[in-house]
Design a protein around this ligand. Structure first.
Ligand code: SF4
Length: 533
């Protein structure tokens, strides 16, 4: 079957579009060759909704999520100058700016480069931002600090033309977080830190998982029974990426992710192919179980460095203003060492604050409009871009999630973590399929009018007993979503047993029983009933 994007990539490598971006910036939006819009992604640039409207979204990579106050300040200045005063933190620890014009891009690129940030490979058929635990190097419970390994891998692949034409997007996580906060199982390739290898191998390293990914056909990554020492990580990353480049499907974009090659081959064959490409005999996996991902390190915590603390700061719906970025950069420098990091759940961390000043720093962060707390509604709610800027979206998401959060804050006691994720279409950028409560945007026609609604899911989670969500109700009107979430959370709180997680609790009930508990109905039934009353 012809695949126009593959044809395009054969004619021109995505990395070759940079000179054209600069030319278009001089000659204007109208001069852009339509094919090049696709290749712009290799430099993090996406045409934002509506296509043809002349505005772009730009994704800025942050290796492992870790950055400096100087870098944040530059992103904040760019947001204020070019992006209508705000940016988003993504679920891969990157930043996104919106409302950019092609004329703005050269200045943005050069200013990002000056502070050591890049957009190369932030989107496109290439290795995306490599994720890591945001508190790597500081967390008292971490297995080890994986950030040096993240940087080694990121630098090797950055702008590397050997790997700039992969079949599709390619997501890698390298982390030795004690609570698996990077969600390793939903990555194409995950290096999961363990304290030692199999029997007789005392070195730190990683068990390798391959073939995860969400989108419309969600898969959990499978273990391939390989333990990589830290020295071996780059060799393995190269081998697996080459396997994907050489054997990944290229006929259909919808079947091109690494997860489908895992479906075809299975872990055994993958292991054999990897072993044939690395210059040593692979060790078997270490036997450590995969821990469930619990949280993303929010709140105030002592660091492994004596006398120092970090603050995990909640960013409502992942959206942060340019002024908040400038303020947070200033606080990170005045109270800490100027180091910060973004989390997978669209929040951020400020490091190295002396214990005796941590409350003062937290107060300043709160004054900027951020929340600080380990269990808050805001910190548990994750949402994708939605109709505001995304060309694929069926529903508006950020505004609705904001309403849901406000409603829950006022009407429900949030005493335990319940992850509520919302996506504006089945592509799952907001990861609803692995959430406790997952809301997926849909639309339906009522009396000839398109009405936005949400399919309601529960019971997703990661770890050894990972599960995707179960759909319990369809087409809940957007305005009823907050009621549905509040009702099922209250039902959980009233009937849970001691220490029972939300996911475990949902397992006790049938889909029909859970649908009853949300207490809101299909929008067609709702409007039909109203019309008939
Ligand atoms: Fe766009 Fe859909 Fe992804 Fe949301 S999930 S950002 S609507 S493609």
């Amino acid at each position: 079957m012809p695949n126009p994007i593959e044809d395009l990539k054969k004619r021109k490598d995505g990395l070759d579009v940079l000179a054209d971006i600069h030319r278009y910036a001089r000659e204007g939006y109208e001069s852009i060759d339509p094919d090049d819009f696709n290749l712009f992604k290799w430099y993090g640039l996406y045409e934002q909704k509506p296509k043809g409207g002349g505005h772009f979204m730009l994704r800025i990579k942050v290796h492992g999520g870790h950055y400096t106050a100087t870098q944040l300040r530059e992103v904040g200045l760019l947001a204020n100058q070019y992006a209508r005063g705000f940016g988003d933190i993504t679920t891969r620890q990157a930043f996104q700016l919106h409302w950019l014009r092609i004329e703005d891009v050269p200045d943005i690129f050069s200013r990002l480069e000056r502070v050591g940030l890049t957009t190369v490979g932030a989107c496109g058929d290439i290795m995306r931002n490599v994720t890591n635990c945001p508190v790597a190097g500081c967390d008292r419970h971490e297995i080890f600090d994986a950030q040096p390994d993240v940087l080694r891998v990121s630098k090797h692949f950055l702008g590397n033309r050997e790997y700039s034409n992969l079949p599709r997007k390619y997501k890698v996580s390298i982390s030795a977080c004690a609570v698996n906060c990077t969600f390793p199982q939903i990555n194409c390739v995950a290096f999961v830190g363990v304290p030692h290898g199999p029997e007789g191998v005392a070195e730190e390293g990683y068990n390798i998982y391959i073939g995860g990914g969400l989108s419309t056909a969600p898969h959990f990554a499978k273990p391939v029974n390989i333990f990589a020492t830290r020295d071996q990580v780059l060799d393995y990353a190269v081998a697996i990426t080459e396997i994907y480049r050489d054997h990944g499907g290229r006929d259909r974009r919808t079947r091109a992710r690494l997860k489908f090659l895992m479906d075809d081959w299975g872990p055994e064959k993958f292991r054999e192919e990897i072993a044939a490409r690395v210059p040593f005999e692979p060790y078997p996996a270490s036997g450590h179980p995969l821990r469930e991902a619990h949280h993303d390190h929010l709140g105030i915590h002592p660091q492994k460095q004596d006398g120092k603390c970090y603050i995990g700061v909640t960013v409502k719906i992942g959206r942060i203003t340019g002024d908040q970025m400038l303020g947070a950069a200033d606080i990170a420098e005045r109270y800490g060492s100027g180091r910060l990091a973004n989390t997978i759940s669209q929040n951020f961390i400020v490091f190295d604050i002396p214990e005796e000043r941590v409350e003062e720093a937290a107060a300043e962060l709160r004054a900027l409009g951020f929340d600080i707390g380990e269990t808050t509604v805001k910190s548990d709610c994750v949402v994708c871009t939605g109709k505001e800027f995304c060309n694929l979206a069926v529903t508006e998401t950020k505004g609705l999630m904001s309403e849901v959060i406000s409603y829950l804050e006022q009407n429900v006691t949030w005493d335990r973590r319940i992850r509520v994720h919302m996506t504006g279409c089945p592509n799952n950028c907001g990861q609803q399929v692995i959430s406790d409560i997952g809301l997926q945007g849909a639309s339906t026609k009522i009396e000839g009018r398109e009405v936005e609604c949400y399919d309601f899911h529960v019971g997703g989670g990661l770890g050894e007993d990972a599960s995707f969500v179960r759909k319990i109700a369809r087409r809940i009107a957007a305005e009823d979503v907050k009621l549905g979430v509040a009702n099922i959370v209250r039902a959980y709180q009233q009937t849970r047993s001691n220490g029972e997680s939300f996911r475990d609790w949902t397992r006790r009930y049938s889909d029909e029983e859970l649908a009853q508990m949300i207490g809101v109905v299909d929008v067609k039934v709702k409007y039909g009933a109203q019309a008939g009353s």
